[in-house]
Write a protein that binds this ligand. Structure first.
Ligand code: 6PG
Length: 242
């Protein structure tokens, strides 16, 4: 499903309606809303309208990061810091419900990914009793090379079909050390939504949505969940199949 909007402001409005609906449904169904958030431009697009939406019960949100850079939480490259400034500082998500990378492990990406798996297990039962976490919603961005999360074209991590979270020390997008959710986790979510805005995304969106291919963003194919795209007209300008 591709939703197009005239501009970023309208896109944020549409995203607000979508996220608020999924949050309500999930809370009614199982008392919580489990969501994974990406970095880049997404936190701002997500929060612009949502942070003012008083009908959303943020106290029931459980937040993870779709990917995170291995930097301290107060570092300007931190996805957590970005989401904190844009969203967490404005709504009442309990601090213990926001799952950050362990700040003591940022110099050891492998350990940081292992720790993140342990954190995921606290929300999604133990690693052995559920095959993969099932997020209510995973929000993704897409890079100019077709990457999503920290899953980059041609990287061995694209073949990781078992781990819940993995580390990468050679990310082409700086900083080089990161942790990321893996494809099986993305593809087991109830709902996955890509968000892309601006003319800079035109060529990549055309490539991803009109053509065949195996770019990371094209490997997001939820097993039973929904896949949506939220794009503005500028980003959608070259899509022919919508
Ligand atoms: C990160 C992101 C990454 C991002 C895309 C798109 O931490 O770098 O999670 O996957 O979503 O690179 O970024 P923009 O929205 O800034 O284009």
């Amino acid at each position: 499903q591709i939703y197009t909007f005239p501009d970023v402001a309208a896109l944020s409005q549409g995203l607000d309606t979508y996220v608020a609906k999924l949050s309500k449904e999930a809370i009614e169904r199982h008392g919580k809303f489990t969501v994974a958030i990406s970095g880049g431009s997404l936190p701002k697009q997500l929060s612009a309208v949502l942070k003012h939406n008083t009908s959303v019960d943020f106290s029931k949100w459980i937040v993870y990061f779709a990917d995170e850079r291995c930097v301290p939480l107060d570092h300007e490259d931190s996805n957590y810091l970005l989401s904190k400034k844009e969203l967490f500082d404005h709504v009442n998500i309990p601090e213990e419900n926001i799952h950050t990378i362990d700040p003591d492990l940022v110099n050891d990406p492998e350990e940081a990914a292992e720790d993140y798996i342990s954190q995921l297990a606290k929300t999604f039962a133990t690693k052995d009793s559920v095959r993969f976490p099932v997020f209510d919603l995973i929000l993704l961005g897409v890079g100019p090379d077709g990457h999503t999360c920290s899953l980059f074209p041609g990287h061995p991590l694209l073949e990781d079909h078992t781990n819940w979270c993995a580390h990468i020390t050679d990310s082409p997008k700086p900083p080089s050390s990161r942790i990321t959710l893996t494809f099986p986790v993305l593809n087991h979510a109830h709902h996955v939504a890509f968000v892309a805005a601006g003319a800079g995304k035109q060529d990549m969106l055309h490539l991803l949505l009109d053509g065949p291919g195996h770019l990371p963003a094209q490997m997001v194919k939820p097993v039973t969940g929904t896949l949506s795209w939220f794009v503005d007209d500028a980003a959608a300008a070259k899509i022919t199949s919508a």
